[in-house]
Write a protein that binds this ligand. Structure first.
Ligand code: NI
Length: 186
């Protein structure tokens, strides 16, 4: 089942999320619904707060970029209770977008590689180093778990330039072909 995606301005997107246990109710269904939601909206990552769940869960599927980025060829994963343990390398600039912030794409600085500890959908623990685009996607989704959006990372000038667009999104004045919840829609 596709879930509505919470739009910029929704309070849930600003909350700090909580770890979950393996007996979290209907977790398997939630993960399956989140994948379906993300795929139908043509996203490569989705975090639980974006569908109104304040838990430390996000998922990624960037296999469509596998041709351009070798390391993304099998990059479909579920991250539960993830913690970034280390970040390395210079900050790298690359364009990002977000399903909660449709039609806005801006360059964001991220670390080029990270070491992260997480559990997969079977609650098996992993500790892995990710680099490049995979590291970027993970950092973007991980930020959602702490109520941080990619637009927060832009320069004050850039933020001012998109302020009007962000307001439009929060009141539903944006064309999207997936279902969204707008906090201030009249
Ligand atoms: Ni996002």
């Amino acid at each position: 089942m596709k879930l509505p995606v919470y739009a910029y301005g929704t309070p849930e997107l600003r909350k700090v999320t909580k770890d979950i246990e393996s007996d979290y109710p209907d977790l398997e269904q939630l993960i399956s619904d989140m994948f379906e939601t993300m795929h139908s909206a043509e996203g490569v990552g989705l975090a639980a707060p974006q569908v109104g769940k304040l838990i430390r869960l996000f998922l990624v599927d960037a296999r469509i970029y596998g041709e351009d980025y070798e390391d993304l060829k099998d990059f479909k994963k579920v991250f539960i209770n993830a913690r970034i343990l280390e970040k390395w390398s210079d900050e790298v600039l690359e364009t990002e977008g977000c399903l909660s912030i449709p039609k806005i794409h801006e360059d964001v600085y991220r670390s080029d590689s990270i070491r992260i500890k997480y559990m997969d959908e079977d609650f098996t623990e992993h500790e892995v180093v990710f680099e490049g685009m995979a590291a970027r996607i993970i950092q973007h989704e991980y930020d959602h778990l702490g109520g941080i959006l990619f637009t927060d990372k832009l320069s004050p000038l850039k933020r001012r330039l998109i302020r009007g667009k962000l307001k439009d999104i929060s009141i539903g004045k944006v064309n999207v072909d997936y279902k969204m919840i707008f906090p201030k829609k009249k």
